[in-house]
Design a binder for this molecule. Structure first.
Ligand code: GLU
Length: 449
């Protein structure tokens, strides 16, 4: 039987669903990539022969482990830890750790799979991996978070190394957690191995701009998409969902680029401020006090807090979804389009559902998929590794200039691949194809491993 690209990807998808039952988010992430690869396999039949796509869908290694710790009352807690080492064709496994009660293998695999393509798109020498735990940091004391991180690293350390696997943060894991994880790694291994984790504090091996990088990158990417259409962020009405690390710095950079960010959200609802969000207050409430948006609304007179509902009801020209996967569905996408939204830059990983994607495609909305638009975080992690390897520390300005150039390059790679493979302007196809080709080429060079 001669296999066309399309029949190959269909067979691969069926096999992925069969071997990874009930991992809905992983299926979704694979489906989206496979839908872009038909024309690539037609043009590169060697990858069908080498089963490159099948190999890409099977993680190189999956570690699942028990994490036992004691809470402040002395009660024993049992959590589950994960590290999925997806692909090391381009460099050591690289990707964040997520601590959230929703974490299970299907979430970690979807994130790890996306990470492989994202990291390839940055042009940096990093493979893809992801990890985390179903631990819920919400309401936990400092001491509990520290004990959990220590227990987690007591197993994970044996799988890590600056040339092997280099985790960083994701939802629920920020500078505080990276500090505790690094401390425990150092204690167990007796090595000051700076390059084993990224997102470290600047005073002990961290890179300037890493904290800001994902959000800044998503704003730069929005600006790049608009520039390709002959316009800019200047004077635009922007809505950012979420109010975590990605959202905060997307708000900041979009504002610096001349936009007015009128709304952001958390799990309790959203705030609207027609005069533009006050970043200083937002940072104090979310980063220092670890508080809620209701606290923000109490302090900022011009802000209005809406309980529940959807932040996508707020009319805007540019949307930067920066909360979590599948937060923006078909109905929300239709509302955004109706309200005049012309560009969507995904700060989170896979925040738009497949239905939403179709709506944006049909409407001709400029759409930057997470694996391209939020690549600034991991790219700056690679810059952190570079500084660690040379025992150097760069200035904020230099690092930010590097980040901006990387985001321009990511956009150009996606746009070129989309054009070359018959879907001009479709950055979803472009990101998948360009990411695939870079990883696939290295995999071919390394032989059947
Ligand atoms: N968790 C982030 C992401 O989704 C960053 C990973 C990293 O810096 O390694 O890309």
């Amino acid at each position: 039987m001669t296999r066309t690209g399309t029949s190959t990807v269909e067979a691969v998808y069926e096999e992925v669903v069969r071997r990874n039952p009930a991992e809905r988010e992983f299926h979704q992430a694979v489906r989206e990539v496979l839908d872009s690869l038909g024309p690539v396999l037609e043009r590169h039949p060697e990858h069908a022969e080498l089963k490159t796509v099948q190999r890409l869908c099977e993680p190189e290694r999956q570690v699942v482990f028990r994490v036992v710790w004691q809470d402040d009352r002395g009660e024993v807690q049992v959590n589950r830890g994960f590290r999925v080492e997806f692909n090391s064709a381009l460099g050591p496994y690289k990707g964040g750790l997520r601590f959230h009660p929703s974490v299970y293998l299907g979430i970690v695999k979807f994130l790890g799979f996306e990470q492989v393509f994202k990291n390839a798109l940055t042009g940096m020498p990093i493979g893809g991996g992801k990890g985390g735990s179903d631990f819920d940091p919400k309401g936990r004391s400092e001491a509990e978070v520290m004990r959990f991180c220590q227990a987690f690293m007591t197993e994970l350390y044996r799988h890590l190394g600056e040339h092997t696997d280099v985790p960083a943060g994701d939802t629920g894991v920020g500078a505080r957690e990276i500090g505790y994880l690094f401390g425990q790694y150092k204690r167990i291994t007796n090595r000051y191995e700076s390059g084993v984790l990224t997102g470290k504090g600047v005073s002990w091996g961290g890179a300037r701009v890493r904290t800001e990088a994902t959000g800044y990158g998503a704003a730069f990417f929005a600006s790049e998409m608009l520039a390709a259409r002959g316009t800019s962020l200047e004077g635009r009405r922007v809505v950012v969902s979420g109010s975590g690390n990605v959202a905060l710095y997307a708000v900041q950079k979009a504002t610096q680029l001349g936009a007015t960010v009128v709304a952001c959200s958390d799990s309790g609802g959203y705030v609207v401020d027609e005069s533009g969000l006050d970043l200083e207050v937002l940072q104090r409430v979310k980063e220092v006090e670890r508080g809620r948006l209701t606290d923000y609304a109490e302090r900022v007179r011009s802000a209005r807090h809406v309980v529940g509902g959807s932040v996508w009801d707020v009319p805007c020209e540019v949307a930067i979804p920066s909360a979590t996967q599948n937060e923006l569905d078909e109905a929300a996408a239709a509302r955004l389009v109706r309200n005049g939204c012309v560009a969507v830059s995904e700060g989170a990983n896979m925040p738009s559902t497949p239905g939403a994607l179709e709506v944006f495609r049909a409407a001709g909305t400029a759409f930057g998929p997470g694996k391209a638009a939020n690549a600034g975080g991991v790219a700056t992690s690679a810059l952190e590794m570079q500084q660690n390897a040379s025992r150097d520390s760069w200035t904020f300005e230099h690092t930010e200039a590097r980040l901006e150039q990387i985001m321009k390059d990511v956009h150009a790679r996606c746009a070129e691949a989309a054009e070359e493979y018959g879907s001009p302007g479709d950055l979803v196809v472009g990101a998948n194809v360009a990411g695939f080709l870079r990883v696939a080429d290295a995999m071919r060079a390394h032989g059947l491993v």
